[in-house]
Design a protein around this ligand. Structure first.
Ligand code: ADP
Ligand code: MG
Length: 194
């Protein structure tokens, strides 16, 4: 009998992180597959964003190890949209992928084709979040981190975005933070509760 061994792209072992002596992550360990969707859940302030920041290398853990290949690339849609305010939605995406056609196609996918030339200040919160999502997806990365990416969307828009994310997850890993258990159960193959 052959046993299929899962190929892990990212292995976290015993990650610990404190801020001002307050423990946020304590011996967190997890092995992430190379594709699919993994959801991270937990109450506000429990360390979800900190965990994504540590995975992205924006924050250093106090203890523990992160194993991944040196050529594994990571893209990140932050909890805040973090768009450049003085350039259009299209340029905000284009500046990450350097491919105007791809940027346009992604904005179309997130239902923003008519808003390519708008500045971030001319868009709603949910629209800005979708530009940020399109920007994260535009990068040819192996792992995509999504921090509450669907939070400001209405139901129909969320359903549409879920399809986009599911499609993307066939070939790369998506790690998403959410407070919505239905969303996590519908989308993710595994749910991490912090
Ligand atoms: N740079 C920082 N300095 C001090 N405390 C921080 C910092 N970043 C996060 N924290 C604290 O760590 C805890 C977890 O934060 P965070 O990871 O943003 O939570 P979550 O995303 O689960 O809501 C919070 O108590 C927060 O105040
Ligand atoms: Mg957070």
């Amino acid at each position: 009998m052959t046993v299929m061994q899962r190929k892990n792209i990212l292995i976290l072992k015993n990650i610990c992180k404190s801020f001002n002596k307050k423990k946020v992550l304590s011996d967190f360990s997890y092995s992430f597959p190379s594709n699919g969707i993994i959801a991270i859940m937990g109450p506000s302030g429990c360390g979800k964003t900190t965990l994504l920041r540590i995975i992205a290398g924006l924050e250093k853990q106090d203890r523990g190890t992160i194993e991944k290949s040196s050529d594994t690339s990571i893209s990140y849609a932050f909890q805040e949209d973090r768009l450049f305010p003085s350039i259009s939605a299209l340029k905000n995406v284009e500046c990450c992928c350097d491919d105007s056609a791809k940027a346009r196609e992604l904005l179309e996918k997130v239902n923003l084709s008519e808003f390519c030339d708008y500045l971030p200040a001319e868009l709603s919160g949910g629209m800005k979040q979708r530009v940020s999502l399109a920007r994260a997806l535009s990068v040819n990365a192996d792992i995509i981190l999504l921090d509450e990416a669907f939070k400001s969307q209405d139901k129909d828009t969320r359903e549409m975005l879920y399809k986009v994310i599911k499609g993307e997850s066939e070939t790369r890993l998506i790690i998403m933070v959410t407070h919505d258990i239905t969303e996590a159960e519908n989308l993710a193959s595994e749910i991490i509760s912090l």
